[in-house]
Structure formats: C-alpha cells, structure tokens
Write a protein that binds this ligand. Structure first.
Ligand SMILES: [Mg+2]
Length: 471
C-alpha cells in the first residue's frame, strides 16, 4: 500500500526533511509552501493524509484545516497538525478546526510513522466503504457515509491499568467526553469483561504491575473477540524500543506519558472511527445489503456485485493513480471432488475454501465467488509484490490442511491455481484486468497447478515444486 501524503510548511527545509523521511518509507509525497496552494493540491490530487504546519504567514494551519473540512471534496482527508507549540490551547484550536491528530516539532520518527500508518489505514478503509456503498447503488456519492472526526459517537473502552490514580485520570477524561470506560487491573479481569461484548477500543498501560503489557496486546490480537479491536498503548518516554515491538504485534497507536486530555481524546476518537468503519464494512457483508449481491452458498459477494465494484475501483485510477490488483483463484480438479465424494461434500469444500480465503485477506480486500469453483479477490491500492504475497498466502492456506469430507473418516486435499493482474493505467478496463488475471490463472494450471502466476510472466514449477513465479 503506498499512501499519498501532502506535506505543508512555509519553511522549505522542513518540507524537505519530512518529504525525505516519508519517501524513504515508500510513501508518495506532495508538497505545498502555503495555505492556498495546500488547498489547491488537496483538491486536485486527493492525498490520503495531510501533514499541516500551524504557523504560516498569511493563511495559517487552522484556517487551512477549516477550509479542508468545509469542502465536501476534501473533508474526508485526515489532517495532522504539526506544531512547535506544546500549549494545550493550540491543540484545542486544532481540534476545533477539524484536525484529526497532532505531531510536535521536531518530529520524532516513531511518532511520525505511527500517526501516518494509523491514519492512512483508516483512510483506505473509509474509501473502500464509500466505494462499496456506491457499487451497491445505495447512494450516488458517498460524502456522508464517512462523517468528519467531530461526528464520532462515543464508544465502549476497555482500560487495562493497574495503578488507581492513573486509571482515575484516564477514566475521568474519557467519561467527560461521553465514552463508557470499563477498567481492568489485570489480564484476567480484562478477560472477564470481554466475555460480554467486544469494546470499541482497548487502552493498555505497557507497564502493568506484575504483568507484561505487550504479551496482553499480543493475546488480544489472537482472540476472535478482540482481533479487530484497535489497541492504544500508554508508554513512558524511555519505552520506545518496546513500543516498536508493540507496533509489530498489532498495537494501533500509542500515547507517551505525560499526555494531555486533548491528545488522549483525539487518539481515542481516531481509533473508534477506525473500529466503526471496519464494523460497517463487515456489516455490509454480514447482513448483505441485499441478497442480490451475495452468493447463496458461500455468503461472499457474487460476480455481479464484484463487477460493479471493480469498475469503480478501476475508474478511480484516473484520479488516484494507484494500483489495483486482482487475483483469480480456481480450485484444482474440483470436478473430481464432486465425482468422488458427491455434491454435498463439494459444497462443504467450497464453503471451507471461502472461509480460508476470507481469513487470509486484509480488511479492505474483497472476495467474490466468480463462478463454480472460481473466486476473485479485488485488492485496492495494492502493487504486484504485495498481491503476490497475498496470493501465495492463499495458496498455502488451502494446501496446508486437508478439508473434512462429509463421509466419516475421509478428508480431501484441495489446492488452487492463482493468477494475478495489476494495473495503474487509467485506460485499462475492469474487463481487461480480469481477463489478464484469468489468463495468468490458466498459465498456472498449465504449469502444473497449485501455484501462483502473475499476468504476462512466465510460469512453471521451480525446483521445490511449490512456488512458481518466474522473474
Ligand atoms: Mg511554519
């Protein structure tokens, strides 16, 4: 995923410094040196995130943020205020102007990338939600599917904090803002609270008395009920090394003590929004907007919906210039499964294959049953390298474990052939993209099945016989 970031600052050296850091991490960087040009670039290039200097001559950062949030074309773009001022009043002003988060100058790398990743991921999810609403014909244009930061309804928060004074402080701030806070002193207490329902956010103090905060974070990630719940980690200034580990384990954001009320509330709000959008994406599928868009057997989207969705994705390329990838996945020798084990067993295999595919794609990827034993995975904002690793993960998830058959005691080994096609060409159509993925899938079949092949690449079994993407 390569997100596009607009850096706005009146001092060219500041712009260059931030641009260099972001480019080194493969973000695409746009720049502006004053308010009016920032607004023009934001409207013309639809960035995924704006890093906005507060102090600028003429139009300052607050005014720019206000204008961005007032314009329906730009109001969904997350804004991070970059400020040398640490005064709480400035933060309040920033929030009132519509900023989603803050960074203090000089900008620390861990802080920068934590904010950038957290907010760009949120943006990808919002965009995906918008497109899916549009594809299902629910709305014409979807400005109001995703509201602004200020519209977020309060949420249920699980707070893991062993010290009473700190717990009271955090609970106080969050309750004032309308959130419902349930506090646990230990991992065990947290588990009991989680029996009821998943919270919208989990806040964990890294330094819990007698317990490893990181271990608990990793447990939250592996449990079904909390797998998709964002985690905000509270750390001390000298815990940066453990923070880096935490981010790898799936911690979504963090706060360094001492933090102020507004910072806590801004981070909380961003994470709850993320949780809600994720929930909406799932609901769209779970309740299946309309039966007309889902496949009755497997419950995933059907071909008709996928076609509408992919059309939208490909049309967006003209504006975003970002790659869209598709995977065409066809189960190998599926006819044999039906012939040898019967159609009931065949249906069970299709359902289990769908579960494995769904579990191995990302929140914003979309899977559809394309026909008989053929599936399409649409991946917005995804280049060929990432698409290839997703495809390989899917291939392994099918092959790695046998499928239970209906007859007692039998199990079936199922593999798949996968073809990938990627485009960032605004002239390419959805139809041609699918055709290229389909051709690549047939190339994988010809090369011996149970493998991944990219469009226009030469495919064949490599020496290990498992993976075959030729250079
Ligand atoms: Mg300045």
């Amino acid at each position: 995923m390569s997100a596009r970031i607009l850096v706005v600052d009146d001092i060219p050296a500041n712009v260059r410094l931030l641009a260099a850091k972001l480019s080194a991490e493969y973000f695409e960087v746009l720049t502006a040196n004053d308010g009016p040009s920032a607004l023009a670039v934001a409207a013309a290039k639809s960035p995924d995130l704006i890093l906005l200097d507060v102090m600028m001559p003429g139009m300052d950062g607050y005014e720019v943020a206000q204008s961005l949030k007032a314009d329906p074309k730009t109001r969904h773009i997350p804004v991070v205020m970059v400020t040398a001022l640490s005064d709480a009043n400035d933060r309040v002003r920033g929030l009132e102007a519509g900023a989603d988060d803050f960074l203090s100058k000089p900008v620390n790398d861990i802080a920068l990338f934590a904010r950038v990743r957290s907010l760009t991921r949120l943006k990808v999810m919002m965009d995906e939600l918008r497109l899916r609403h549009m594809a299902s014909g629910q709305i014409e244009s979807s400005e109001d599917v995703v509201g602004s930061a200020a519209d977020v309804q309060p949420g249920r928060i699980l707070l893991l904090e062993s010290k009473d004074i700190l717990a009271a402080e955090v609970t106080g701030y969050l309750s004032e803002a309308g959130h419902i806070v349930e506090r646990a002193r230990t991992g065990e207490e947290a588990d009991k609270l989680l029996d009821a329902a998943a919270p919208d956010l989990i806040i964990v103090n890294l330094r819990l008395a007698g317990e490893d905060g990181l271990r608990l974070c990793s447990q939250f990630r592996s449990k079904d009920i909390t797998r998709h719940v964002p985690i905000l980690l509270i750390i001390n200034p000298d815990d940066l090394e453990e923070l880096a580990k935490g981010m790898d384990l799936g911690v979504t954001d963090y706060l360094i003590r001492p933090f102020d009320r507004n910072e806590l509330l801004a981070r909380t709000r961003t994470q709850i929004r993320r949780r809600r959008y994720h929930g909406q994406l799932r609901d769209l599928l779970d309740k299946s907007v309309s039966m007309a868009y889902t496949d009755a057997l497997t419950g995933v989207y059907n071909r008709r919906y996928m076609n509408a969705h992919l059309d939208r994705q490909v049309m967006e390329i003209a504006d975003t210039r970002k790659s869209v990838s598709v995977i065409m996945l066809d189960l190998d020798h599926f006819k044999d499964v039906n012939d040898r084990h019967g159609h009931v067993a065949g249906d069970e295999v299709l359902k289990e294959a769908t579960r494995r595919i769904s579990a191995n794609i990302r929140d914003f990827d979309m899977v559809a049953r394309y026909g008989g034993e053929e599936f399409v995975i649409v991946m917005p904002n995804t280049d060929l390298d990432i698409a290839t690793s997703v495809a390989e993960r899917l291939r392994q998830s099918l092959e790695s474990k046998a499928f239970a058959a209906v007859e007692a005691g039998t199990s079936i080994t199922v593999t798949a052939s996968l073809g990938i096609a990627t485009t960032s060409d605004p002239m390419e159509t959805a139809e041609s993209l699918l055709k290229r993925a389909d051709n690549a899938m047939y190339a994988a079949k010809r090369a011996g099945r149970n493998q991944v092949c990219a469009a226009e690449a030469e495919c064949g079994l490599d020496s290990s016989g498992t993976f075959a993407l030729a250079p």
